[in-house]
Design a protein around this ligand. Structure first.
Ligand code: NAP
Length: 216
């Protein structure tokens, strides 16, 4: 495996939720958090995005609150497709890369070949290990994952995450079915043997910005 760093960046309420009751995430982070998010983006070469997050939140992914390097947007699609009208295709400075499966290639190509570069990795599933290896083969070594809890899960389950950026936002939601930063079906293997190292902590007004790291 190549030398790389893979960070996730999530904002979480005091009660550990990363989505609102409508399944989206908006309105609960400040400009300070958005500026941090842009700073983290500018420090990475590839921005890996979750398909559901793109559909639900239609995020603007180019830098707005800082200047610097724009990372390559990467979207993993195993099922279905995405609308070319989404911000990730229309409101970007770098043409996104889509990684999809043999089974999905034809439809994704028909819909999105003018808006993204399309790469096939796997027959009907995408292995996150293959994704990291493929990005390494292109010469990239610094990845930022902005997935939702599902995509985060598969990268954690494969032990690929090296850094966690976590913003605690000053709200309580309380609905028990709402997800935290990971939503796997089972506990991470040997989770109690793998504690994370708190590398930095910063308070700005009522938000706390945490950085955890891990040796891999
Ligand atoms: N608070 C925050 O900081 C924050 C950040 C990001 C998102 N969110 C919230 O999280 C919500 C969505 O999270 P989510 O967990 O449902 O979705 P997600 O992580 O954004 O996207 C998950 C999708 O990735 C696709 N995928 C591609 N390859 C995969 C693979 N090998 N294994 C698993 N999935 C793969 C799957 O789509 P297919 O199988 O259909 O292709 C899967 O449904 C958003 O609506 C947003 O509100 C919050």
């Amino acid at each position: 495996m190549i030398n790389y760093t893979l960070a996730i960046n999530m904002a979480m309420t005091i009660d550990g939720k990363v989505e609102r009751p409508d399944g989206k995430w908006y309105g609960l982070t400040s400009k300070n958090d958005k500026a941090k998010m842009d700073y983290y983006r500018s420090q990475h070469e590839v921005l890996i995005l979750g398909k559901n997050s793109i559909i639900n939140d239609n995020p603007v992914i180019h830098l707005r609150y800082t200047t610097g390097n724009e990372p390559l947007p990467l979207i993993l699609i195993r099922k279905g497709t995405l609308s070319p009208k989404l911000n990730v295709f229309q409101n970007t400075r770098i043409k996104p890369l889509i990684i999809t499966t043999e089974e999905r290639f034809e439809e994704i190509s028909n819909d999105l070949k003018d808006f993204a570069t399309i790469k096939v990795l796997g027959k009907n599933n995408i292995s996150p290990v293959d994704v990291v290896q493929y990005l390494g083969s292109l010469g990239y070594t610094k990845y930022l994952l902005e997935g939702g809890p599902s995509l985060n899960s598969i990268f954690f389950e494969n032990n690929l995450v090296t850094t966690i950026y976590l913003t605690i936002v000053p709200y309580l939601i309380g609905e028990k079915k709402l997800s935290g930063i990971i939503s796997g079906n089972t506990a991470l293997p040997n989770f109690e043997m793998k504690s994370w190292k708190l590398e930095s902590i910063e308070q700005i007004q009522d938000e706390i910005f945490l950085k955890y790291g891990k040796e891999i």
